[in-house]
Design a protein around this ligand. Structure first.
Ligand code: LLP
Length: 436
């Protein structure tokens, strides 16, 4: 069963033909917790944390992996990342609050975002977080003013826009000049930002950051951007005596969603980035900066599986067979938004031949509510369980209550035990904030 390689590392098929993850039979889990259900495998999560830490520190010992919370964060995951010694990239007061609620070490929290509000920046100041990654001139001035009022000095990085196309979806491309993120190198605004940050009374310019986009299935664009930014550092070192103490290459590391897609391994990204960095350091005599890597998708993607129950099946002779499941674009908008592709498997028939070509759709009132346009499945009937692997990143945090569908439950499995880490929403939950 080749599709099993896309599932969490603990995935197996038992002799009843059921998929088991973390020692738990998926048929039992869906009976106990209902569907749609999002499952995370703790072993895979921790393994990915170790892999990132080991691969980058092998070639560049002074490195820190910070998890990009936007891929999915809740309290259970935040506790795991805290135990694994990762840092955290947050982009809102909300993500910051989740981190705060589990006493995540504030020094390892990096605050990103292109329009942080004064209230959010105050939260960051009150909690004394490690770094704010300043995105634009408005924020530079605002943050300095807030820090001055509080009589504190704050460590910052500047987000630069190196003007490098990472060849990914237009909506998730951020490293090109025409982007809302960062100070462009090409226009001289990056240089102006360094100058202003160096002279800001209550900010301490510690380093520079870039993030090119997501997912990036090539290593070359990281190398090109690293070179551009370090060459820029050499110029600013001479002009403003700026010293690069910290260098963040962002996230964007791709994961394999389908059997026919190929992506670099974590080791390939690590080698490409650190080789480039090490060789530029030795060529130019720059001091070695502390290296920051910000993976989101590549930490949680494979660890997560979406489980649905099959309901209606509609066959249009000679046209298409639709398999309808009990979730859809409300819990995973990625296929509709980005044309993202997934594989699917009938989780209670994993030993049966997959000889049907079908389209898997959700139950939302939109024709675009397609989860997998072309899926090869075993013969499927109402009541069967469909599993979609590699759903751990950006499905849950982008989910909605469209059509007033309650959001699914989330469980964590490990060593034969399953633990609810977010309960299923109820109908009263849907009205709990209404006034009237
Ligand atoms: N650092 C920064 C500054 C970012 O903006 C992002 C992602 C990351 C790190 C993590 O990127 P990752 O390693 O997860 O690829 N909703 C889209 C992805 C948007 C990514 C936004 N920024 C999707 O579903 O594909």
């Amino acid at each position: 069963m080749p599709k099993l390689s896309l599932f969490p590392l603990t995935a197996k098929v038992n002799n009843q033909g059921h998929i088991c993850i973390g020692g738990c039979d998926i048929a039992d889990l869906t009976r106990e917790f209902g569907t749609p259900l999002y499952l995370f495998d703790e072993f895979t999560l921790r393994h990915k944390c170790h892999e990132f830490k080991a691969e980058f520190s092998k070639y560049y010992p002074d490195s820190l992996v910070i998890y990009a919370s936007k891929a999915f964060l809740n309290q259970a995951l935040a506790l795991i990342f805290k135990q694994e010694g990762l840092g955290l990239d947050v982009v809102s007061g909300g993500e910051l609050s989740i981190a705060h609620s589990v006493n995540f070490p504030p020094a390892k929290v990096y605050f990103h975002g292109n329009n942080k509000t004064p209230e959010e920046l105050m939260l960051a100041l009150n909690w004394n977080i490690g770094r704010v990654v300043v995105d634009n001139f408005y924020e530079l001035e605002l943050l300095n003013r807030l820090a001055k009022e509080r009589e504190v000095s704050l460590d910052i990085l500047l987000r630069l826009n190196p003007g490098v196309d990472p060849h990914t979806h237009e909506y998730t491309t951020t490293g090109i000049l025409d982007s809302k993120f960062g100070f462009p190198l090409a226009t001289g605004q990056a240089e102006e930002a360094v100058k202003q940050a160096m002279s800001a009374s209550n900010l301490n310019l510690l380093g520079l950051h870039f993030h090119l986009g997501s997912p990036i299935a090539e290593t070359k664009s990281y190398e090109v951007a690293t070179e551009l930014v370090l060459r820029f550092v050499l110029e600013t070192r001479d002009k403003f005596s700026f010293r690069l103490g910290e260098f963040s290459v962002g996230g964007g590391f791709a994961v394999q969603y389908t059997l026919d897609s190929k992506v670099p391994a974590v080791a390939d990204y690590a080698q490409a980035i650190t080789n480039k960095l090490n060789s530029l350091i030795s060529q130019t005599g720059l001091d070695s900066p502390h290296l920051i890597i910000e993976p989101g998708r590549a930490i949680v993607g494979q660890a997560g599986v979406a489980l649905y129950k099959v309901g209606a099946i509609k066959e249009i002779p000679g046209v298409r067979k639709y398999i309808c499941v009990d979730g859809g674009m409300s819990d995973n908008i990625r296929p509709a938004l980005y044309g993202a592709k997934y594989e699917a498997l009938v989780a209670n028939k994993a030993l049966e031949a997959e000889d049907e070509l079908v389209t898997i759709v959700g139950k939302l009132c939109e024709s675009g509510d397609i989860l997998v346009r072309e899926a090869n499945l075993a013969s499927v009937f109402p009541g069967d369980i469909l599993a979609i692997p590699v759903c751990g990143a950006y499905s849950i945090p982008m989910w909605s209550n469209y059509n007033a569908l309650p959001r699914p439950a989330i469980i964590m499995v490990n060593n034969g035990e399953a633990c609810l880490i977010r309960r299923r929403e109820s109908y009263p939950d849907l009205m709990s904030l209404d006034i009237g």
